[in-house]
Design a protein around this ligand. Sequence first.
Ligand code: G4P
Length: 282
Amino acid sequence: MQIQWYPGHMNKAKNQIQDRLKLVDLVLEIRDARLPQSSTNPVLEQIIKAKQRIIILNKADLADPLMTQQWLRDLQAQQQMALALDAQHTNKLQVIQSAVQELMQAKIQKYQQSGVRNYKLRAMCIGIPNVGKSTILNKLVGKKVAVTGNKPGVTKNQNWLKTTSNLELLDTPGVLWPKIDDEQVGYNLALTGAISDRLIPVQDLAVYALEFWQHEYPDRLQTNYQLTEQELVLPPAKLLVYLTQKWTGNDDFERASRRIIQDIRQGLLGQYTLDRVQVNGE
Ligand code: G4P
């Protein structure tokens, strides 16, 4: 598999975000809880420098809860404030508001000591496409905001959006492009729908998914696809052949592959986390 990578996209996004970073006190970096590693971007580390940041593992409702806890512990061990969120099903994102107040404590104290009362804390959401930036922005602001800048290269005047607290948000979320520097990251992003799955042959993606589920969540694979113990341990490409014949009665691998990917995206194979926390030495 080869995924075409366009450095132009990355540079545009980088410049756009860099300009906006100057205007804010902190960054809300949104990641997909199923991909805490693959849904970030090393460019962000370069440009964020001293800016304070809260990492939000969004779509936690779709992720493996045990893995999410591991990721949070790992980030917190690196002195990085982080929280898990299901922005789609949570009305007021009080958890973000509270985290912001905690992170900005020193600044708030300075304001208070110098008698400033109506101070504002300014933030922007950053993240790769589809992690839930617009959803979070809309819920923090309390109404649907037209996010026109959710494409690289789209520039417009910056407006500040008021939230229910002293937090103000830049209206245009910063769009980072994922850095697909290895095959696994590409597969992970495609499986969750973060990048188009047209970039990867659908059968390859299905075989990758089957192998992952055989290894990490075999019980669910066995139950959902009614597999015997022997079928469950078939080499993943052979398992795809078996399922194709079972479901389509012929060799329509594409249809069977699409079904597997759809089942995963619709949660039929359960909550899952594709990125594993790296243990020292791995
Ligand atoms: P973006 O601005 O970062 O590109 O992401 P956006 O908010 O547009 O969200 C992308 C998709 O993810 C949307 O679904 C949105 O509803 C969904 N989403 C956002 N946060 C969560 C979450 O915490 N959990 C789950 N399960 N889904 C979430 P969509 O199908 O593309 O749009 P729509 O049908 O919701 O309008």
